[in-house]
Design a binder for this molecule. Structure first.
Ligand code: XMP
Length: 532
């Protein structure tokens, strides 16, 4: 359940590994070498859905001799930010010679291709985004696939075909899938939702190629409740509530874990950089419950004080995290809490440069507000191995109200990351007004449920305006909306043009400070979902 990583094969480690096999009633495991990819945990989740035991291994410490002791049925080597020619990732390449079926994904593919004598060089045309891939040869890896399939790519290097490689798939620009003996490789990311038939690819690899018999998965919610109950052991828990889905799911997990015990739960909602309706959601759904009490803390002044004069997004994120930590620390003391719970997702950890801790480099995309904090009491983050959709699945199992569960995600740092330049009471007022109009209109047009997340960013750009007979300057607001499943990747949502026009008219008419409205049309990758 947790994020423990295989770092050695000492007798103690091997004993607990064998115990885990016994619990899962299997003798088969897939070893996943995490090379630092943003998406590596999605691979773990694909295998978990198939009921396959996946052990994450540290490529810097697990050598070929260790792999022999574990004797996995198959190996997966993930993607990562390194490059085989100018930043060779830490990995014992003799693992590729063990004869164990291996699937290399993106960087993982480039690593074995280089080891097998192929050239890997910076590509003239770098590929980011969704491309069609033609399947050129029948292979068990692509059993059941149509001739052409859409795949998500995100790579700057490419592999030159060599005589050894059997080319299985190609995009317009590059070799996309190949095989050499027991080594399979895909240059795209089958673990992301944008790649079609990703689940089938993992099933083909594990079942058809590695010969693993899947084991039915158990209720994740029930396992998490049991784990929490043991951890909490009748003590008090403070939880940071935001009115969004993740913290709500954690609250419900705590509710079940505390049932019939002496544990008291307090939810803290921090006011200051939020949208107008977040607080009302918390009050409506949690304010009248018997199993927790809710405390609203107004930290507006504290936020504005630390944000004063800051214009760089990372500085603003760190300043926000400082106040968030201080408020929670104070409340921990006031409530005499023994634990602090947060709705941190794996996505938050990974983007902040945490997650599966291996010797491979992990890029820090942005510092999420709930990561890297050392509280004075232990932290409970039961969703830290989940992404958005799997956390929502747990919420559904627990009966979390669907209006809460399916609210668009809203980032912990709130409007701070949707305001370019200084965050002050004036820019917050504009950002709230603009967000309010956009979300209202999405709901009124029944478009809210059709997109995964939408937001409005107050940019630093100014536009010349002519209102009435007068002239002046007004800020540019960028609207955006995405389709996604888990937030790791996203596609621009194609909102109707007449809808966008209507929202733009309302914003420029109703919010005096805004001069023009634009719509962002980039996918993730390369752009992230939030502006900052
Ligand atoms: P990005 O912008 O990194 O966001 O593509 C992915 C998802 O995470 C949300 N997000 C955050 N959530 N704390 C959070 O709890 C944060 O600091 C944070 N930053 C981004 C974002 O809204 C999107 O849903």
């Amino acid at each position: 359940m947790g994020l423990s990583i295989l770092k050695d094969t000492s007798p103690t480690t091997l004993a607990s590994f064998r115990e885990e096999l016994a619990v899962r009633q299997t003798s088969q495991v897939i070893l996943l070498f995490s090379m630092g990819s943003q998406f590596d945990h999605l691979i773990v989740q694909h295998l978990a859905k198939l009921g396959i035991y996946c052990l994450v291994a540290d490529p810097a410490r697990i050598k070929a001799t260790d792999v022999k002791k574990i004797a996995p049925a198959g190996i997966i080597v993930s993607g990562g930010p390194a490059s085989v020619h100018n930043e060779p990732p830490p990995f014992d390449a003799r693992i590729f010679d063990l004869g164990i079926p291996t699937l290399g994904i993106c960087l993982g593919f480039q690593m074995w291709a280089k080891h097998a004598g192929s050239k890997v060089t910076p590509a003239k045309t770098r590929e980011f985004g969704v491309h069609p891939m033609k399947i050129l040869k029948a292979d068990p890896l692509f059993a059941g696939f149509p001739k052409t399939t859409r795949v998500l790519q995100s790579h700057g290097d490419h592999i030159t075909a060599s005589k050894k490689l059997v080319i299985l798939g190609k995009t317009d620009n590059a070799l996309a899938a190949a095989r050499y003996k027991h080594l399979w490789g895909v240059q795209y990311h089958p673990e992301t939702t944008e790649s079609e038939h990703g689940a089938r690819l993992f099933e083909n690899f594990c079942v058809k190629i590695c010969g693993i018999a899947p084991f039915p998965a158990t209720s994740v919610a029930e396992l998490k409740i049991q784990e929490l109950r043991t951890q909490i052991s009748e003590k008090n828990v403070l939880i940071a509530l935001s009115g969004g889905s993740d913290s709500s799911v954690v609250a419900y997990l705590l509710k079940h874990a505390a049932k019939g015990t002496k544990t008291k739960i307090r939810g803290v909602y921090i006011r200051g950089i939020d949208r107008p309706d977040d607080e009302s959601f918390v009050k409506k759904y949690f304010g009248t419950q018997k199993w927790l009490d809710v405390k609203i803390v107004d930290a507006t002044d504290a936020f504005l004080k630390v944000l004063k004069g800051k214009t760089n997004m990372r500085d603003k994120r760190l300043a926000m995290r400082g106040v968030y930590t201080e408020v929670l620390e104070k409340e921990i003391r006031a409530f005499k809490a023994s634990f602090i719970a947060q709705g941190t997702l794996y996505t938050d950890l990974r983007e902040s440069g945490h997650g599966h801790k291996t010797g491979a480099r992990i890029a820090e995309i942005k510092v999420h507000h709930n990561t890297g904090i050392t509280f004075s009491v232990p932290e409970l983050a039961p969703l830290s191995d989940c992404v958005k959709d799997s956390a929502r699945d747990i919420g559904l199992e627990l009966g979390v109200p669907e209006t809460l569960l399916f609210r668009h995600p809203f980032p912990g740092p709130g409007l701070v990351v949707r305001i370019e330049g200084e965050v002050n009471s004036e820019t917050l007022k504009i950002a709230r007004a603009v967000d309010g109009i956009y979300i209202d209109e999405l709901r009124a047009s029944k478009l809210y449920e059709t997109v995964w997340q939408a937001g409005a960013t107050l940019t630093r750009s100014e536009h010349t305006v002519t209102k009435g007979d007068d002239a002046g300057m007004g800020r540019v607001v960028a609207l955006w909306a995405v389709w996604s499943v888990n937030g790791f990747t996203a596609r621009v949502a194609q909102l109707p043009y007449d809808f966008l026009e209507r929202v733009s008219r309302r914003i420029t008419n109703e919010v005096r400070e805004v001069g023009a409205v634009v719509y962002r049309i980039s996918d993730k990758p390369p752009a992230t979902i939030e502006w900052g």
